[in-house]
Design a protein. Structure first.
Length: 76
């Protein structure tokens, strides 16, 4: 359920939904690491990707994005 003043904002996660295709995402980064959580509770799958490097680009533009794309292709 959305929290705050935006329909896509949850408690610690971002929510994007069209009916039962709810997508939950959370991104983390700092000096020396990047991570991402992706979950589809109604579709029954998700992933958490954590690295011990900061590539200097958004998570979806680097290795993490490649891993997420592979996971999404396998579950379509």
């Amino acid at each position: 359920m959305p929290q705050g003043c935006k329909p896509w904002s949850g408690l610690g996660v971002f929510l994007d939904t069209v009916e039962t295709n709810l997508e939950m995402t959370s991104f983390g980064w700092g000096q020396g690491y990047q991570c991402m959580l992706l979950g589809y509770p109604y579709r029954g799958f998700g992933a958490i990707v954590m690295t011990n490097t900061d590539t200097g680009v958004h998570q979806l533009e680097g290795f993490i994005g490649e891993a997420v794309a592979m996971i999404l292709c396998q579950n379509d």
